[in-house]
Design a protein around this ligand. Structure first.
Ligand SMILES: Nc1ncnc2c1ncn2[C@@H]1O[C@H](COP(=O)(O)OP(=O)(O)OP(=O)(O)O)[C@@H](O)[C@H]1O
Ligand SMILES: [Mg+2]
Length: 338
C-alpha cells in the first residue's frame, strides 16, 4: 500500500506514518466490503482526514471506484473509471463551487453510484469526511440510512462496496448511535511508537520526546501546533482556552465539577455531574464521553489504554489530549484570580 503525502505543520511534509493496524483494516474492507457504513469518530486532530485520504488512495490502488467528499475543506474527488460519471461529477462540482451548496455533492453520490453500476458490476468506495456539518446535523442519521440502503438494497449489483464516514463531533455520534444503521467505530490518537516516528520527522531542535508525549498524548494536530508555536506548550494551551470558549463565566458556573474532572475524567461518568455539563464538554470537543471497550475489535487502529491518569484517559471518559485538560485547568486558575 503506497503511503500518501501529508503536511504536519505549515511547510513540513511527511508521508502518512504508522497506523499499521488501520491500514490492515482497509485491506480487510477492500476484500469483503463493509456490511454497514463505518462511522469513525474520536478526538479532534487525531488524523481522520489523513486516514480517510490514505484509505481513498489505497482503495483506488485496489481497483475501487472512489468517491471522496470533504465539504469543509471544499475537496471532492471522483476517482472513477467511467468517463461519463466523471464528467457528471465535475459539472456538479463546478455548480457547487458557484453556489456553495456543499450538501448537494454529498447527496449526489447516490445517483452517481447507480450510474456507474448500471453499466457494469464494480467495486465502489464512498468516503465522506465531516459531511454532517455540510448537510446539517439533523440530516446526519438520514444520510447514513441512505448509505445503508445503498449497501443492502442496491438498484444494480456491485462486486463490493466500502462506505467510510468520519466525524469528530460528539453530537452526530449520538444522533447516529440511536439507530442500527451504522457501525460506529472510535479511533484514538496515535500509539506511542508510531507517534515517535512522526516526532522524529520534524526538523530542528525539539524538546525530549517524553515531554511531547505528555503534552499531546499522541495527537498529531497538537504535535504540529507545538512545532509551529516554537514548542511553547503554554501558548498552545492559551490558544485552546480561547478557541474552546472557556470563559470566566463558564468555569465559575461549573467550578466544582470541573475541578474534579481535571483530576479524573471518570468523575463525569460516576459522579453526580449534571448532564448539561457533559454535553457542554462534548460539544466543545474537550472530552470523549462513553469510550468503548478496549477490545481491538471495536476500534480502528489501536485502542487507547484502559486508564492513563497522566494523559487524562479514564475507562469511560477521556480528555481529548492533556493540552485540552490543561486549558480547563488554566481557565479555572484565571477565574479564581480575577
Ligand atoms: N498518520 C499520520 N502520519 C502523518 N501525519 C499525520 C497522520 N495523521 C495525521 N497527521 C497530520 O496531523 C494533522 C491532523 O490530522 P488531520 O487533519 O487528519 O486530523 P482530523 O482528525 O481530520 O482533524 P479534525 O477533527 O480537525 O478534522 C494534519 O496535519 C495531518 O497531516
Ligand atoms: Mg479533518
Amino acid at each position: 500500500m503506497k503511503r500518501i503525502k501529508v503536511e504536519i505543520a505549515p511547510g513540513v511534509k511527511t508521508e502518512f506514518v504508522d497506523r499499521d493496524r488501520a491500514l490492515a483494516q482497509i485491506a480487510e474492507w477492500a476484500e469483503r466490503g463493509t456490511r454497514f457504513p463505518v462511522v469513525i469518530f474520536g478526538p479532534e486532530g487525531y488524523g481522520k482526514t489523513a486516514f480517510l485520504r490514505q484509505a481513498a488512495a489505497a482503495l483506488r490502488e485496489l481497483g475501487y471506484d472512489v468517491f471522496y467528499l470533504h465539504p469543509l475543506d471544499r475537496v471532492f474527488a471522483a476517482e472513477v473509471d467511467d468517463p461519463d460519471v466523471k464528467t457528471l461529477f465535475l459539472d456538479l462540482m463546478r455548480k457547487t463551487l458557484e453556489d456553495e451548496k456543499w450538501g448537494r455533492l454529498a447527496l449526489a453520490v447516490f445517483d452517481l453510484t447507480r450510474e456507474i453500476l448500471k453499466k457494469r458490476r464494480r467495486k465502489i468506495a464512498i468516503i465522506a469526511d465531516d459531511v454532517f456539518q455540510a448537510i446539517g446535523l439533523d440530516k446526519a442519521a438520514a444520510y447514513v440510512k441512505g448509505l445503508l440502503n445503498m449497501i443492502e438494497h442496491p438498484v444494480y449489483d456491485y462486486k463490493n462496496i466500502v462506505v467510510l464516514v468520519a466525524t469528530s463531533e460528539g453530537v452526530s455520534r449520538r444522533e447516529i448511535g440511536r439507530h442500527f444503521w451504522a457501525q460506529l467505530r472510535p479511533m484514538w490518537n496515535m500509539p506511542k511508537e508510531g507517534f515517535q516516528q512522526l516526532y522524529e520527522k520534524l526538523p530542528g531542535p525539539k524538546p525530549p520526546f517524553d515531554d511531547v508525549w505528555r503534552w499531546t498524548g499522541g495527537n498529531p494536530r497538537m504535535l504540529g501546533r507545538l512545532h509551529t508555536a516554537g514548542w511553547a506548550a503554554e501558548r498552545v494551551v492559551g490558544d485552546v482556552l480561547r478557541e474552546k470558549g472557556l470563559t470566566a463565566e463558564f468555569v465559575r458556573r461549573w467550578r466544582r465539577c470541573l475541578e474534579e474532572v481535571v483530576e479524573d475524567p471518570e468523575t463525569l461518568w460516576t459522579g453526580d455531574t449534571p448532564e448539561e455539563l457533559v454535553e457542554e464538554l462534548e460539544a466543545r470537543n474537550l472530552v470523549v464521553y462513553n469510550m468503548y471497550d478496549r477490545d481491538p475489535y471495536f476500534w480502528i487502529d489501536q485502542p487507547p489504554p484502559q486508564r492513563d491518569p497522566e494523559l487524562g484517559i479514564g475507562k469511560n471518559v477521556a480528555w481529548q489530549t492533556p493540552i485540552h485538560r490543561e486549558a480547563v485547568r488554566r481557565a479555572l486558575r484565571d477565574a479564581a484570580s480575577s
